[in-house]
Design a protein. Sequence first.
Length: 126
Amino acid sequence: MSNVEKVWVRVCNLDDIPAGKTINVFVNGQRFALMRCDDLAFITQGYCTHMLFPLKDAKIENCVMTCSLHGSQFNVSDGSIKHWPMQANDDILKRKALQTFPTRVENGAVFVQWSGSDASKVRIKF
Ligand code: FES
C-alpha cells in the first residue's frame, strides 16, 4: 500500500466537458486529457502511448477514446487498450495502457484524486 497522501481536487463542472471528445486539462502545468462518458468524468494522461500524439479532441464513443493519429482505442475508465494499430502481444498491450486517475462526480462537479495533502495547492487550468 502506498504512503503517498492524496486529496480530492475540484476540476470543473461535468457540464463544462463536451460530449464526444476529450479536452485538455493542465494539472500543475502538466497536460492531461479530460472527458465525459454519460454522467461520469475521466482523466487520463495527455499523450497517446502509441507515438505520444496529444489526446486533445480524441473521439469518445461508448466510453472508448480513439486517438486521432492512428486510431488506437482505449477504455476511458481504466486506460486499457481496446484496439492497437499494429500487432502486439499481451505484455506490450498491458504496458501501453493509458495512465488514469480516480475521479468522481458530486452535485455536478468533477473531482480528481491527486497526490498531496492540500487541494488548494493543486493548480487546474484549461
Ligand atoms: S499516436 Fe495515437 S494511435 Fe498512434
